[in-house]
Design a binder for this molecule. Sequence first.
Ligand code: MG
Ligand code: ZN
Length: 219
Amino acid sequence: MRVEKDLLAKNDRHAAANRKWLADREVTMVNLMASPGAGKTSLLVQTLEDLQAEMPFAVIEGDQQTSLDAHRIRACGVPAVQINTGRGCHLDAHQVGHALADLDPAPGSVVWVENVGNLVCPAGFDLGEHARVVLLSVTEGDDKPLKYPHMFHSADLVVLTKTDLLPYVDFDVDRCIDHARRLRPGVPVLQVSVKSGEGMAQWYGWLRAQRPVPAAEVG
Ligand code: MG
Ligand code: ZN
């Protein structure tokens, strides 16, 4: 318990440093968290393709092994740093601080962190991000918020993904939203399908609202 407390205190110091680093550059950082296979990279790739003419992006990819996801991001023409955590099952603020320095994002950028696929410990590690987005695909159980309460309690936005598959699965959207809001009252929930395009406009609207828009850019 003691060791865990020290570890988290150290992480919080790095997270605070990241927050200041980002604020100094007016860079917005969004932490994407989900189980493996929820569709984080697919949503990200579609978002980069649709919005990179509108705002600069950079991506920090977390996986235990491989650079496969960073390759998918770079194929869109967006800079990406891959962090391989090996046996580790989450990204910490120290790793993300180094990745930010490597990426050196332009002022006004949005930096995405695609965290390691895991609904457990990423919830406990503040990275200095502006927003925490938890993705949950409709091929998972609608009771997942109840099983992973810390993750959903920390969410600033919940995105239900792969909604084009709803006709084929037993997933009760209303019940899932109800569970999520019991853990994080009032949390916004979007229903999105990269395949059909459902909800993408709302997702982009949410993203635009996260950025500090300089007056010169308005209109
Ligand atoms: Mg991925
Ligand atoms: Zn972990």
